[in-house]
Design a protein around this ligand. Sequence first.
Ligand SMILES: [Zn+2]
Length: 387
Amino acid sequence: MQIRDKFHGHFKDIFLPSVLDRIIFLHTKKSKCMPSFLRHRSDTIRIISFFLFIVLLISFQSCRELPNDVESNADLIIINSTEEIVETGSSVGLDLSIPAATKAFSVTWLTDKGRIKGTGNNVIFEASGNSGIATIRAKIYKNGVFFAEKTIKLPVYKQRVILKADDLFRDPINVIPVKWQKFFEIIRKKKIKASLGIIGQSLENGNQAYFKAVKSLVNEGRFEIWNHGYEHFFGRTNARGEIYDEFRNTSLDYQIEHIRKTQDLSRQKLGIILRAFGSPGNGYDENTSRALEEFPEIRIWFFAKSRIETKILIPRVMDVEFPAPTPDFNKFLQNYSSKEKLITLQIHPYSWQAGDFIEFEKIIDYLISENVVFILPFEYLKSIRSK
Ligand SMILES: [Zn+2]
């Protein structure tokens, strides 16, 4: 008991200033308006209770400073980028959208790659020469007090890759052929994108389940379909003994008709306008160039060398199948160059064996390790228009 009393005396004399002493030890004993725990007869309990009470008050106050409506406003603050990807050494605009009371907010920008030019809500992000993901943070202050932080991740690339997957058609039993389904799973698993050359006739003969499946594929955002002819044939021999393809050594009218059928079917059955064309077997002639002029909505022509002012020609600069349809990782590596700004890789998943899928995955993993960005033909179009 003596020790306890001594301790109390010591504590009061040294640690409690006289004002505080009075509040806790004198006032609380007498005042009926103080909470009951502050009038407790044990000094220790009163001291602890007093500090707990203060802590409670402070936390209550800080809660009041961030009412729910302000917190939810932080969710409305978004960073928009003028483009979703950035080439090494180039720049994009960033825009911070703050819903209300803009004058009360200020922002500090931070990035782990490249640099931010400018201040305020609209700035420029300049990518460095290194590829990879740039994490850009906007620290937002309200009346000088930290309020919220928003982040955007921008892929910085040296090379863009279009996967040109040929020969999508309907399977009478599985709707989408099993090998195509396996291919789509790889694309989803790797979080990349692929463009699919649809054979027009499959839309003619197709049913609602097929249309629905193709539409939902496109709606995923990872896939784009393009015109791969209507009948899809090549290497036939005509009555005069000449070799002909759907789009080679056939009449202009015939070629126009075969492009049109696939364009119309896609529009009617899927509600999708096809923006790119690639012929079966990549065979084409002068009539193909003229036929394509009839379709201003088709903007991209895969693997053609003909000069045609109205179309964007995407050349074949690299391969993954040696020979088609067999992907070969080692041969791909021997031919691969990271210097090409855009590469379009032609593949035939429907014709692959189990081992071919494994080789393809190795090639994709390698490209991912090189920080390439997989894009769709329409995204390539968009990037050209914005320049
Ligand atoms: Zn084909």
